[in-house]
Design a protein around this ligand. Structure first.
Ligand code: MSP
Length: 640
């Protein structure tokens, strides 16, 4: 057993629903935890929600709810999402938990008594999104680089934490521990921040302005929230100071955050720890942002990606795999469904799926679905040997996963898969099977390939736990056993000759075209070939539709799609609609036409373009036929 492993995600603000970015961080933490359980390490994985502060209060007011009612509602959305994504967190902390608040008060009391907190008037540039003051130098074009808004000037008497006192200590700590903040680019950035004199941290707000926080133990007129509240969740969740969990897991603490909050985690947090007399965490792992079509995900742009929709359309393991494989940990990545489909088809359906199906169908064909006995002499002679390649692969995988270079860990598995596919082509079992003289060779190569699949299923376990178990079942093994322990994967030959292999089921079907609208989980039943008799509706149901006349002002084909046209319409206001009529109309023949539009359809993204409505058309034997008014009508005219 190695030293216990403790991993945390940021605790997420409850002013918005969980999206792809939150899912990514939490999946990464899950993968890291599962990987450490492969090393038989004792693990603890913490996530949760950050529930105090101005913007949460504002969000609650907007919904007409009391703050506690509101935070309960949104926090539950996060808590309930994680099991759906096969995320096995050990605990879920909320900053409104009484035990957490007690720890915050206890630590504040200690730091205050030590003289590291003082009261003073301050005027500065405050970003409400980040809940912190910015220096002029940190702003880009006068705006917060993360939220792209101009900070507000705030002048207030508040309590401050003397961070400046620990600046030299922190510089020394970061320098002496090269992988304290990783990847290196973020370590360098933190060192660059530390070249400037560190400003003290404002840790309070007067209750006269906002009371949705934790009352300061030394001043009942003030609350603390966000950084001096939120960061402490990492120790309060372990029952700091006396808890068993704290003693066991804190020495192995690692955090995961996106680059937007590297400064609070790389600077405020270690300084808070040293001031409170708590040992410093081991690693801060910083990743980049998922952008959508090159821009930041945001509610106002309407491009927020819902993780559950992707899971429902593509399958959970494929979704998890894509996130881990396509993002270089530390750098930004652009999310689009085309890349996701391509990845599923090439890496999962072609490479892995084909390998599993080829090996299992050969085992069925040549050995009636029973694991053959390899020839000891041939094995000793290293004939078509996979054993050495497997050992090297496991070793490399182990190092990459420990270093948080997940895409490289996955690449080493895929190199191994490539080697196995090559062995099949070189050994050509179908040739060996033709001649009984080669019977021992055939047994040995098929045994080795099956054994190779056992290793692959163990290695993919952290990223694709369900698929790993499915491969175990296909190999006649117990999916509930800890088949993924690295020491078991290292022992070549654990697969017992004579084991029966069950009937083969394909793992990852190819995706032929990008689904046009993500399917909801409950929409997949019923026979789609039969037009359903639709239920009667009332006039009120009909009135929910906002139907309008519009004029088509521009149209063009959507690249890489046979069916879709991107259409600009004028319906009093300009809108973009993506319509599946490309096989019935050329773009130039519809410009100028008047059409009927469903104006209040929820926007959806089709091939990366947001479609804000739908054109009505009849579906005829010769294709689609657009509905148009029978005389010229003003754009925007309502239809009833
Ligand atoms: N509440 C603070 C964190 C306090 S931790 C003591 C906060 N919350 S947040 O809701 O804004 O979540 C930020 C985190 O969500 C990021 O650090 C990252 O983990 C994740 N992501 C949010 N948007 C993201 C992307 N677009 N891409 C990748 N991860 C993103 O900050």
């Amino acid at each position: 057993m190695t030293a216990p492993f403790y991993i945390t995600t940021p605790i997420y603000y409850v002013n918005a629903r969980p999206h792809l970015g939150h899912a990514y961080t939490t999946i990464i933490a899950d993968v890291a935890t599962r990987f450490h359980s492969m090393r038989r390490t004792d693990t603890f994985f913490l996530t949760g929600t950050d529930e105090h502060g101005d913007k949460i209060l504002q969000a609650a007011e907007k919904e007409g709810l009391k703050p506690k009612q509101y935070v309960d509602k949104i926090s539950a959305l996060f808590r309930d999402l994680w099991p759906e994504l096969n995320i096995a967190n050990s605990d879920f902390i909320r900053t409104t938990d009484p035990a957490h608040k007690a720890v915050v008060k206890q630590i504040l009391t200690r730091i205050h008594a030590a003289g590291d907190i003082y009261f003073s008037e301050y005027e500065g540039l405050y970003c409400f999104g980040c809940e912190r003051f910015y220096t002029e130098r940190e702003l880009v074009d006068g705006k917060c680089p993360d939220h792209e808004v101009e900070p507000k000037v705030i002048k207030e008497a508040n309590y401050f934490f003397k961070m400046s006192r620990y600046q030299d200590w922190l510089i020394d700590h970061v320098k002496r521990h090269p992988d304290f903040i990783r990847p290196e680019r973020y370590r360098n950035e933190v060192l660059a921040f530390l070249k400037e004199p560190l400003e003290d941290l404002c840790i309070s707000r007067p209750k006269s302005r906002i009371s949705w926080g934790i009352t300061l133990p030394f001043d009942p007129d003030y609350v603390t929230y966000v950084w001096f509240d939120a960061l402490l969740n990492y120790v309060s969740a372990l029952d700091y100071p006396e808890g068993e969990k704290f003693k066991r897991f804190w020495p192995g603490a690692q955090h995961i955050v996106a680059k937007g909050i590297r400064k609070p985690h790389g600077i405020y947090w270690p300084i808070m720890l040293i001031a409170a007399g708590i040992p410093i965490y081991q690693h801060l792992n910083v990743h980049g942002y998922w952008n959508i079509d090159q821009s930041k995900m945001s509610k106002s742009l309407g491009n927020v990606v819902e993780p559950l929709e992707l899971k429902n359309v593509y399958g959970l393991d494929a979704f998890r795999f894509f996130l881990l494989r396509d993002m270089v940990f530390g750098l930004d990545s652009n999310f689009n469904q085309e890349a996701l489909v391509q990845r599923i088809n090439s890496d999962l359906a072609n490479d892995l799926g084909n390998l599993v199906s080829r090996v299992l169908s050969m085992a069925r064909k040549y050995f009636k679905g029973v694991v053959p006995e390899p020839d000891a002499g041939l094995l000793d002679a290293g004939w078509m040997d996979l054993k050495a390649v497997a050992a090297k692969t496991i070793d490399r995988f182990d190092q990459q996963m420990q270093a948080f270079t997940f895409h490289k860990g996955i690449l080493s598995i895929w190199n191994f898969i490539g080697q196995m596919n090559k062995i099949i082509d070189t050994a050509a079992p179908w040739q060996l099977a033709k001649d009984s003289e080669h019977e021992a060779e055939l047994r040995t190569v098929i045994y080795n390939l099956l054994e190779g699949l056992r290793i692959v299923s163990g290695l993919i376990y952290p990223v694709m736990p369900d698929s790993a178990k499915k491969i175990q079942v296909q190999l006649g093994l117990d999916p509930q056993a800890p088949f993924y322990f690295l020491n078991r994967l290292m022992q070549w030959g654990r697969l017992q000759p004579g084991t029966s292999l069950p009937k083969f089921k394909p793992l990852f079907p190819r995706i032929e075209s990008i689904p046009e609208a993500p399917k909801q989980a409950d929409a997949s039943t019923g026979d789609a070939s039969q037009p359903a008799a639709k239920p009667l509706i009332s006039i009120d149901d009909f009135a929910k539709l906002d139907l309008k006349i519009a004029t088509i002002v521009a149209a063009e084909a959507v690249p890489k799609s046979k069916k879709l046209l991107k259409i600009e319409i004028d319906m009093g206001e300009r809108r973009t609609i993506v319509s599946g009529i490309a096989e019935s109309y050329r773009p130039d023949e519809i410009v100028g036409k008047q059409v009927v539009v469903v104006a209040n359809l929820k926007p959806v993204k089709l091939m990366g373009i947001t479609s804000q409505g739908m054109l009505l058309s009849a579906d005829t034997d010769s294709g689609f036929c657009l509905l148009t008014p029978d005389k010229g009508t003003a754009p925007g005219a309502a239809i009833s």
